[in-house]
Design a protein. Structure first.
Length: 317
């Protein structure tokens, strides 16, 4: 039996917006809110992101066959991204505008020489609340669901970016609710078919959080999903930081299909892709992700998150 590998990647790219010169009040929904977000800085960001995938190809021998993205403003930035030379014209994308209050969405890039998209949709969330006697609604990023074909196998890809950890008392119930919805969708897919399920996302939770553990089991306490990033968290491999605290919010979670002896795609390894080029080189943030902005201060880096990936062994029977 011969084999090679495929890479599945998730990357929170930190506020990928088109330049604000293109923003015309009343005609566009997308304004970055970033200080002096101009054409030069935007193109530099695209080059930075392109370099990340060039480094992956250099280290791993190939580009990812699927890439889940978070903090994407709109289709225009995806068009510009896939036109970067590193992608060699082979990539397409799936994206839907969400009602997120910051104007950022999830998206899927895929190698169209390997992947056929059969169907796609989103799971949307609107949360009602009352504050000072006034009713209101709160919106967040959609979950993107893509049903794709890789050779003869069907994969269900979910790309997630859950509500922020910062206002924990407010957003914790939202994350719990969203993860429960994802679990119900996963259970339905696994019950009705033998299709694979892969969750790629910024969960704004570490792997050992109670709601993340709840996601892995059906209602009868039988394990339905595996989280290979739990081991990495235990080893203190972090994808992002809050102050001095290391966090592994970015994770890829897999159904049992990816662990089957006879599966076409079989899990081999999980990794936080923390290449030296993506790290801050000095100062108090040394070793942490080299970000584009720190507050309002432009740094010109890549993102405030490292990408994460899984290597999947491909079996050719």
């Amino acid at each position: 039996m011969k084999s090679h590998k495929e890479l599945a990647v998730f990357y929170n790219v930190e506020n990928l917006f088109p330049p604000d010169e293109k923003f015309v009040k009343g005609e566009s929904k997308k304004f970055s809110g970033l200080k002096k977000w101009n054409e030069w800085r935007y193109k530099h960001k695209l080059q930075r992101l392109s370099h990340v995938f060039g480094l992956m190809k250099q280290e791993k021998g190939e580009l990812p066959f699927i890439i889940g993205l978070a903090e994407i403003a709109d289709n225009t930035v995806l068009e510009d991204l896939i036109q970067q030379p590193v992608f060699d014209g082979r990539y397409a994308y799936v994206h839907y505008d969400s009602l997120d209050e910051r104007g950022v969405d999830t998206a899927l890039l895929y190698d169209k020489t390997k992947i056929d998209v059969i169907d796609s949709d989103t799971i949307s969330f609107i949360f009602e609340f009352e504050e000072d006697g006034v009713d209101g609604v709160d919106t967040t990023r959609d979950i993107l669901h893509c049903k794709v074909r890789y050779r003869e196998d069907i994969l269900n890809i979910f790309v997630l970016h859950l509500p922020s950890k910062r206002d924990d008392g407010i957003n914790q119930p939202k994350r719990d609710y969203i993860l429960n919805e994802v679990k119900e969708k996963t259970l339905a897919l696994l019950k009705d078919s033998r299709e694979a399920v892969m969750l790629l996302g910024d969960f704004n939770e570490n792997p050992y959080a109670e709601n993340m553990n709840f996601l892995l089991y059906n209602d009868g306490s039988e394990k339905i999903l595996e989280n290979p990033f739990s081991k990495l968290y235990h080893e203190r491999r972090y994808s992002t930081f809050y102050s001095k605290q290391g966090l592994l919010f970015d994770q890829i979670i897999l159904s049992e299909y990816f662990y089957g002896q006879n599966s076409l795609l079989r899990f081999e390894k999980a990794e936080v892709f923390a290449h030296n080029d993506l790290r801050t080189r000095d100062g108090k943030y040394q070793g942490k992700p080299f970000r584009t902005y720190a507050g309002t201060r432009y740094l010109g880096g890549y993102s405030d998150h490292f990408p994460v990936l899984v290597e999947l062994k491909v079996s050719n029977h």
